[in-house]
Design a protein around this ligand. Structure first.
Ligand SMILES: *[C@@H]1O[C@H](CO)[C@@H](O)[C@H](O)[C@H]1NC(C)=O
Ligand SMILES: *[C@@H]1O[C@H](CO)[C@@H](O)[C@H](O)[C@H]1NC(C)=O
Ligand SMILES: *[C@@H]1O[C@H](CO)[C@@H](O)[C@H](O)[C@H]1NC(C)=O
Length: 209
């Protein structure tokens, strides 16, 4: 029940995102508008798959909370769901998700897979990434998107993303496609399945402690 309500709320919140409303609301709720990207407290008890290894010389920098949509398309010939599109926004605190759009600190530009600051007045950094290892979500792999270990690259600008080297996505809720056996059977070729996704993102940079 709670999950459903949360999902509906998130849904209406993200509709706004999908309409691509990018006007600045700064000033409307000045106390709630964040001025920096990142929550520097390591998430307690966070699950990281054992084969996700961050090379020595890189350390945790900050975490972010993700809320977004994923779309997967059924390829009836291969019987596989293929990633189609995704949209996501990032928050410093999980509870900030409900205060969107005032509270979002970053967003993902889906075409180029580029992280962009949502508060360019305070932080102009961007980065792209490519994922190198994935593992099934530890609690419910049929409903939740895979955990991902990704390499950050092409960092630009000044701010939180400027020196990021690795990214881990974990604690996903939602975002998995139906089983491949249902693609081409229950769901026809070309069917686009959409789901709401939330997750925790851990970001690493060069350092030794
Ligand atoms: C669907 O899968 C088949 C077999 O792997 C592949 O040849 C084809 O290009 C795919 N179609 C699309 C639209 O991706
Ligand atoms: C990492 O481990 C998971 C199981 O936790 C496995 O499914 C996945 O294939 C592994 N990835 C690599 C690259 O070894
Ligand atoms: C790096 O990022 C900048 C700014 O977003 C972009 O203009 C440039 O094309 C990117 N370069 C590569 C190799 O992705």
């Amino acid at each position: 029940m709670h999950t459903k309500m949360f999902k509906l709320e998130l849904f209406s919140v993200l509709i706004v995102l999908l309409l691509n409303i990018s006007c600045s609301f700064a000033g409307a709720i000045p106390n709630k508008t964040p001025t920096s990207i990142g929550n520097y407290e390591y998430p307690k008890g966070v699950y990281i798959p054992s084969n996700f290894t961050i090379p020595d010389g890189n350390v945790f920098k900050f975490k972010l909370y993700l809320a977004g949509f994923v779309w997967k398309r059924c390829n009836g010939t291969s019987g596989q769901w293929v990633g189609d599109q995704y949209r996501s926004v990032y928050f410093n605190r999980e509870e900030d998700i409900h205060l969107y759009p005032y509270s979002a600190v970053a967003m993902l530009d889906s075409r180029g897979a580029v992280f962009r600051s949502n508060i360019p007045k305070y932080d102009s950094s961007t980065m792209s990434f490519s994922c190198i290892t994935s593992a099934p979500s530890y609690n419910n792999p049929t409903e939740n998107a895979n955990d991902e270990l990704c390499l950050a690259k092409n960092n630009t600008g000044n701010g939180a993303f400027s020196d990021i080297t690795y990214i881990i996505l974990t604690e996903a809720k939602g975002g998995a496609a139906p089983p491949n056996t249902e693609c081409g059977t229950k769901y026809p070729d070309g069917y686009v399945y959409s789901d709401v996704l939330t997750a925790t993102i851990l970001l690493y940079h060069r350092g030794t402690q």
